[in-house]
Design a protein around this ligand. Structure first.
Ligand code: NDP
Length: 239
């Protein structure tokens, strides 16, 4: 059997597609999200679905331990869960700002914390942290979201160096616009409208399958080959 793959935010969008594509490629899966009903609906073989909020490190670790008991050591973590409640910093509630920090940054740290001991012990592993173009460039109404993704970039870049001697790869997946449900957390109608207009002008942007294919490609490279970062956009997207 192929090694265990853990995917956070597997109930929707990129994570959901990654679950389908990695399953097709024969990997046993631990799928995590808050909406466990959506995970179960996937009905993927050799998969465990766990209702885990990535901000809860204890639940995260327990789910990984249980999956390792069934499928052996975790070899890939896709730290994908994220939220994007866009709003200008002067009006954005502090609670939304903190939510992004908790999920987009601390969730990534919790995932890494849950798998690094096992990967270190096995001297084998890969972590793909989903950042964004917003981890490279800043945009209107994106101050805190960009802050969280810049953090994911920096944490991943330095972790890659610190984990290299344990044969653990750390890759950054940094997409521009992908057609998913990510905008569900945007409350301001004007921001939503202008974002949707941009999406319309670029034929909705990338598809989730574009990203999951790149994840599969990154992971299936020989372990000696570490693809540090993928910065990817729809051809039509210029910003
Ligand atoms: P979706 O909204 O479609 O999916 C987000 C996923 O994250 C859901 O499965 C959701 O599951 C999960 N999630 C959110 N909060 C938590 C939490 N606290 N605990 C566990 N899971 C959580 O969006 P995308 O697929 O687009 O987003 C995936 C990643 O891609 C995010 O990190 C996003 O920032 C990044 N990204 C997206 C881009 C885009 O244009 N779509 C561009 C660049 C990066 P549930 O609600 O069931 O918990």
């Amino acid at each position: 059997m192929k090694p265990l793959v853990v995917i956070t935010g597997a109930s929707s969008g990129i994570g959901r597609q990654a679950a389908i594509d990695f399953s097709k490629a024969g990997y046993p899966l631990l799928l995590l999200a808050r909406r466990i009903d959506l995970l179960k609906e996937l009905k993927l073989p050799n998969s465990i679905c766990a209702k885990v909020d990535v901000t809860d490190v204890q639940k995260f670790k327990t789910a990984v331990e249980k999956a390792e008991g069934m499928f052996g050591p975790v070899d890939l973590l896709i730290n994908n869960a994220g939220v994007m409640p866009l709003e200008s910093i002067d009006v954005q509630p502090l609670s939304d700002q903190h939510l992004m920090v908790d999920i987009n940054i601390k969730g990534v740290l919790n995932g890494m914390h849950a798998v690094i001991p096992s990967m270190k012990k096995n001297k084998h592993g890969t972590i793909i942290n989903v950042s964004s173009c917003a981890g490279r460039y800043t945009y209107s109404d994106h101050a805190v979201y960009c802050g969280t993704k810049y953090a994911v970039h920096a944490i991943s870049e330095q972790s890659r160096k610190e984990l290299a001697d344990f044969n653990i790869r750390v890759s950054i997946m940094a997409p521009a616009i992908v057609d998913t449900n990510l905008l569900v957390s945007v409350k301001d109608a004007n921001i939503l409208d202008s974002y949707n207009n941009i999406k319309k002008s670029i034929n909705k942007g990338l598809k989730s399958s574009d990203i999951s294919n790149l994840m599969l490609y990154t992971y299936e490279l020989p372990q000696e080959v570490s693809l540090k970062e993928i910065l990817v956009s729809a051809t039509k997207q210029k910003i």
